[in-house]
Design a protein around this ligand. Structure first.
Ligand SMILES: [Zn+2]
Length: 273
């Protein structure tokens, strides 16, 4: 069995503030250790389910957060950015399952540290009229390659967001959102235990979880930004059309093409931010 793990930071137990998630934050080094430990719990859970190859993609910010020397030697680590597939770098159709650790709710929702991909450009993403956060978008990328999203960890509201898309996905709720910068956290020993057991159970059950796909082969992406100049920058690409002061839209035949265009638009906007 080959298992793909995408690890973000905002949904890790104990991580509540930009001081944790930003490289210049006073609590960043602590958050890196917490993130590495929850990722290790997922790796251990995958080993117990019989995984033979495990690839971890560091998916937060600079994507240079996980301490490679503290990571289990059972996994390989993709570290660094920019990378073409960003939070889904390294995914391919030969994986049996995708696991998501430390995820958070979409921009504008109530969940702790909510955002969608880039807080500076304030992205919101709709596909065929429905809004997706990072979990939903990344699960669609895996799904187009035939890889089921079998497990996700994060706050209680992230668990709700994920289950609304994939009813039988395995989950670990490692904290309860109180507000955008406050949560009630499990002790890391407990969060890691839930993740390890949850990943094992989900992988043993992975044949019953279908790859997450939309019932369409024409995808209309709508990207909304927090500032009109970001939409004007995105509008310089011929495939893209402005559909309001803050938003653009474009159509693709494939989810991954739409995802890659979205990544480019965010990078272009971020360059100006
Ligand atoms: Zn994120």
């Amino acid at each position: 069995m080959r298992v793909y793990i995408s690890a973000d930071m905002e949904g890790i137990a104990g991580v509540v503030h930009r001081d944790h998630t930003g490289r210049d934050g006073k609590d960043y080094e602590q958050a890196r250790v917490l993130m590495t430990n929850e990722t290790n719990a997922a790796i251990q859970g995958a080993i117990e389910a019989g995984a033979e190859e495990i690839i971890v993609n560091d998916s937060h910010g600079t994507m240079r957060n996980i301490y490679v020397e503290l990571l289990s030697n059972k996994a390989k680590l993709i570290s660094g950015t920019p990378k073409k597939m960003a939070m889904m770098e390294g995914i391919d159709s030969d994986f049996d399952a995708a696991v998501f650790i430390g995820y958070h709710t979409k921009n504008g929702s109530q969940g702790i540290l909510n955002h969608t991909y880039n807080s500076r450009v304030g992205t919101r993403i709709k596909i065929n009229g429905k809004e997706y956060g990072e979990f939903g978008m990344n699960a669609l990328v895996a799904g187009e390659l035939g890889v089921p999203a079998v497990f996700v960890s994060g706050c209680n509201l992230l668990v709700e967001e994920a289950k609304a898309l994939i009813g039988n996905i395995g989950t670990a709720q490692v904290k309860r959102t109180i507000n955008q910068v406050t949560s009630e956290n499990l002790h890391p020993d407990i969060s890691c235990g839930l993740i390890e057991k949850g990943v094992t159970d989900s992988l043993l059950n992975c044949k019953s979880i279908r790859p997450y796909k939309l019932d369409s082969n024409d995808y209309q992406f709508e990207i909304q930004f927090s500032s009109t100049i970001f939409a004007d920058i995105a509008d310089t690409l011929p495939i893209v059309k402005k559909n309001g002061p803050l938003s653009v839209q474009y159509n693709t035949d494939h989810i991954i093409d739409g995802y890659l265009i979205m990544r480019s638009l965010i990078m272009m906007a971020n360059n100006y931010a």
